[in-house]
Design a protein around this ligand. Structure first.
Ligand code: ADP
Ligand code: MG
Length: 388
């Protein structure tokens, strides 16, 4: 496990697109992963995963290094055989079907272009091997190069291209055989940040245009948030949560997911009220009663955590008029970060709370200073209770 990288959603809002999940209309799953396990000797890399992926989805497998993402992808491609379980693609059981006979193509992180072939020849390679010839090859290569916006560079050699351009050649090469399912293992890993962001958008556009189902492996949560129709969060060979990006962020189902994606404050406490639309938690750590407006299945007095994202918290000088979700503390640290300010506030219990406030106008950052006594408050629908 690498340590989670913390991002602030306000910093990705420019890239984050709201995607209409067009796969939802398609009730029949295109890829069915049924109780798949992969063991290497006595080490379990993938542990009894079941997952349905729909046509036209851009599904992201997100997890730390070693969580089993690549192994799962390689089983879809046919490069690894499952120890147990079944994979169906388009209704067909893939057991015993060789990689080249599957309706699947895989793009690797190292793009592995042939250095002695031109861009156009690299893209044409797979088609020619299938026996496609002449004008048909020319036409399809031109189409693909246009799609990845490299129509003008067909005669160049790979070493005359930038990293992003090489990545697009690799993408064109893996799409030209018109696979129904394209598997991408850390496809943008070798690109620098700015190029990666641009390419993420291109990937989304290409996916939209071709209607190919994409499964993308990434350890980069920001990338998963930007690209995915749905995210499967992996940990120790298990998918711990599968949801649309916004739901993974707003309604994480565990402390692991809450902390892996974004930054979060966790308050330990015990359940005092347990109703279908209200759960209250007494938290000595927070020094207050914390309430949320959703139910959970739990026992009275059960130990739980209340999770609140830093941007959901208000900072005020005076006590706000609310009974729940209001704690008092002292400002320990302020970091001005341009678009927002980050406050570290210490509560009486010693617990430190992270709060981010947008700098909506030039003065807003300067309202508070070190050692100020402040109140932190948030709404009932801005936090979640986690039982695991
Ligand atoms: P990820 O892609 O999430 O980083 P992988 O799927 O590559 O993780 O690997 C998951 C775990 O399985 C790792 O601990 C890795 O060392 C192990 N593993 C992967 N391939 C093999 C193999 N061929 N033999 C033994 N162990 C492997
Ligand atoms: Mg990997």
């Amino acid at each position: 496990m690498t340590s989670p990288q913390h991002i602030d959603p306000s910093q990705i809002s420019e890239q984050a697109t709201i995607k209409v999940p067009n796969w939802k209309s398609d009730a029949k799953p295109f890829v069915q992963i049924e109780n798949i396990t992969k063991k290497f000797d006595d080490f379990t890399a993938v542990d009894n995963i079941s997952l349905d992926i729909y046509k036209n989805e851009l599904f992201c497998l997100l997890g730390g290094s070693g969580s089993g993402k690549s192994t799962l992808l390689r089983m879809l491609a046919g490069f690894e055989a499952p120890t147990s379980g079944r994979i169906l693609i388009d209704g067909v059981d893939m057991a015993g079907i060789q990689p080249w006979n599957r309706p699947v193509n895989m793009m690797f992180q190292s793009y592995a272009l042939f250095p002695h072939l031109t861009v156009a020849e690299n893209v044409a390679f797979g088609l020619k091997r299938e026996g496609v010839r002449g004008a048909e090859v020319k036409k399809r290569v031109a189409e693909m190069l246009d799609l990845v916006q490299l129509g003008h560079l067909g005669k160049r050699k790979p070493n005359q291209l930038s990293g992003g351009q090489r990545q697009r050649v690799a993408l064109a090469r893996s799409l030209i055989k018109r696979p129904k399912l394209l598997l991408l293992d850390e496809p943008l890993g070798a690109l620098d940040k700015k190029l990666r962001e641009e390419t993420q958008f291109e990937l989304i556009n290409i996916q939209d245009e071709l209607g190919v189902t994409f499964v993308v492996v990434t350890h980069d949560q920001e990338e998963a948030m930007t690209l995915a129709s749905r995210i499967g969060v992996m940990n120790h060979g298990v998918i711990v949560q599968t949801d649309e990006p916004q739901d993974v962020y707003e309604y994480p189902n565990s402390r692991f997911v809450a902390e892996f994606i974004g930054s979060v404050n966790l308050f330990e406490g015990q359940v005092t009220v347990d109703e279908p639309d209200t759960v209250c938690v007494t938290s000595p750590e927070a020094g207050a009663e914390l309430c949320v407006n959703h139910g959970i299945s739990c026992a009275p007095n059960q130990d739980v955590h209340v999770a609140v994202r830093p941007e959901k918290i208000r900072v005020t000088e005076n006590r706000p008029d609310q009974k729940y979700n209001c704690v008092q503390g002292t400002i320990l640290d302020i970091a001005y970060m341009g678009s927002l300010s980050v406050f570290k506030v210490k509560l009486a219990s010693g617990k430190e709370v992270r709060v981010t406030q947008p700098n909506t106008n030039r003065e807003s950052g300067g309202r508070f200073t070190w050692d100020d006594n402040v109140y932190l408050s948030w709404d009932m629908d801005s936090c979640v209770v986690l039982t695991s």
